[in-house]
Write a protein that binds this ligand. Structure first.
Ligand SMILES: [Zn+2]
Ligand SMILES: [Zn+2]
Length: 208
């Protein structure tokens, strides 16, 4: 979550985490989806429930081609026939296929196509308050990732684990990436194995 109004993917148990951290789920104006893997999207249904019944401010999703189909199917799987009959008519949503550069809900962004699995991942460069936040979602450590983080103020990049991490980035490659971009502050996430000293704990909010 960036600046209280931009959400980058929605994998974790998003809604309870937001409540526990004192963040208002209704403040989110735009959600950027990198790719359609469950660890990046399956936290969204309870969040959308909140946006249908509790806070009906407009919401925009930006994502790869097929974003509307994928998410509407996800909402329908989550609530069966009640989605279309009861909930969908009350949901103020827009779905936008990410363009190379554009603006969504007043937030300027650029998209960089990254290498990950069969469908790839949309990396985003989000412009906020005169700064650039780069976000990878999942990616292999290939050339487009360098393009994504180049001269960004903050880069949120996955670093899945030590050694061989199929279709993802290893800690070793994460360290090399950081060395190649010394002026960028890196926040590594998506850690699935191993542990490091000084790592941010779950549910910790940090100012950058
Ligand atoms: Zn993935
Ligand atoms: Zn993932």
């Amino acid at each position: 979550m960036v600046d209280g109004r931009v959400l980058l993917d929605g994998g974790a148990p998003l809604l309870p985490h937001m409540h526990r951290m004192g963040l208002d789920p209704g403040d989110i104006a735009v959600v950027f989806i990198t790719h359609f893997h469950g660890d990046h999207t399956l936290g969204l249904p309870p969040f959308v429930l909140h946006r249908v019944f509790v806070d009906r401010r407009p919401l925009t999703f930006v994502g790869p081609a097929g974003i509307e189909d994928y998410l509407e199917k996800l909402w329908e799987v989550s609530w069966g026939p009640d989605w279309k009959r009861v909930m969908r008519p009350q949901f103020k949503v827009r779905y936008l296929t990410a363009r190379p550069s554009g603006s969504a809900a007043g937030v300027k962004y650029e998209t960089v196509k990254l290498d990950h699995g069969t469908m790839g991942s949309n990396g985003y460069r989000i412009h906020m308050n005169g700064k650039v936040v780069a976000y990878s979602g999942d990616t292999e450590p290939t050339a487009p990732l360098d393009k994504l983080v180049n001269r960004a103020d903050v880069a949120i990049v996955e670093a899945t684990g030590p050694g061989d991490v199929f279709s993802h980035m290893s800690w070793e490659n994460a360290a090399k990436l950081r060395k190649r971009h010394p002026s960028t502050r890196f926040l590594f996430n998506h850690v699935y194995s191993g542990s490091t000293t000084g790592a941010v704990k779950d549910m910790q909010v940090i100012e950058v």
